[in-house]
Design a protein around this ligand. Structure first.
Ligand SMILES: Nc1nc2c(ncn2[C@@H]2O[C@H](COP(=O)(O)OP(=O)(O)OP(=O)(O)O)[C@@H](O)[C@H]2O)c(=O)[nH]1
Ligand SMILES: [Mg+2]
Length: 245
């Protein structure tokens, strides 16, 4: 197969972002336009059938006026994990990545991660949140999530913040992974795949912004969902090899 000429692809998760996605994408597009190589933005605007979500049409309009922007707007078959997998699968670049489109992660973090992975020998470069402005409730859920992750996979993982994005990878690394999660466990699954495959991860600090007007999508039930996945994954995990069977 001919080698893809695209150097860098980034998938932006736009779920229910509606008009708020416009300044985020415009800003990201403006900075990406400084690159002197081929790049692309994939706007993941999947929607639940029957909902009144205007995100797909808003993203289509952005793609019609901005070069190198593509849109995925399919009926959803899963939650965040499904959207993330669809977005990463659509990325054609040598380096591929994903970021939330709700503006909580600064777009500049994409470029710090990309510069690091391009200059050093890492398979994934991601961020960890050093400052969070999204409130006590979300911070507690994250602390519980990361604590459970370290409890279950003690010794195997030295990362600070499993769920933080952007996550930028080499495409060969992504192609070796087997990802199945349709929900919040996808970030953990990505990290566990890196460990199984002996891939090298690097973390860069980032400031995490507040959500603005909308309420958090994350419900306390996310912890139970995560716990269920970890028990499941841990059962298949061989601690000696650090591998899932
Ligand atoms: N909640 C949710 N997010 C989704 C879904 N599909 C894709 N996403 C994307 O996942 C990204 C992360 O979800 P968020 O809900 O912002 O996660 P978070 O920042 O940890 O939590 P909150 O911002 O507090 O809700 C968002 O940018 C969404 O675009 C979905 O079905 N549910
Ligand atoms: Mg968010």
């Amino acid at each position: 197969m001919a080698k893809s000429p695209v150097e860098f692809s980034i998938a932006v998760l736009c779920y229910r972002a509606e008009a708020e996605i416009i300044p985020f994408v415009e800003n990201l597009h403006k900075i990406m336009s400084l690159f002197r190589f081929e790049w692309e933005l994939i706007l993941v605007a999947n929607f639940w059938p029957g909902s009144s979500d205007r995100t797909p049409e808003i993203c289509q309009r952005l793609a019609a006026r901005l070069l190198r922007v593509r849109v995925l707007a399919e009926p959803k078959q899963g939650a965040m994990g499904w959207d993330m997998r669809r977005g990463l699968d659509a990325c054609r670049g040598k380096y591929i990545g994903v970021i939330d489109g709700d503006g909580q992660f600064p777009v500049e973090a994409i470029f710090s991660c990309f510069a690091k992975i391009r200059s050093d020998d890492f398979d994934m470069v991601k961020t960890y949140r050093v400052e969070r402005q999204d409130g006590v409730y979300r911070r507690l859920i994250s602390i519980a999530y990361n604590w459970l992750f370290h409890l279950f996979f003690r010794g195997s993982v030295m990362l600070r913040d499993v769920n933080s994005k952007p996550k930028i990878m080499r495409r060969e690394a992504y192609e070796k992974m087997t990802l199945q999660s349709n929900d919040w466990f996808i970030d953990a699954e990505l990290i566990l795949n890196c460990i199984n495959l002996n891939l090298r991860i690097y973390e860069i600090p980032v400031e995490f912004h507040s959500l603005g007007a909308r309420k958090s999508f994350v419900k306390p039930g996310a912890i139970l969902e995560f716990l269920r996945h970890m028990i499941d994954y841990r059962r298949r995990w061989s601690p000696q090899a650090g591998k899932s069977k």
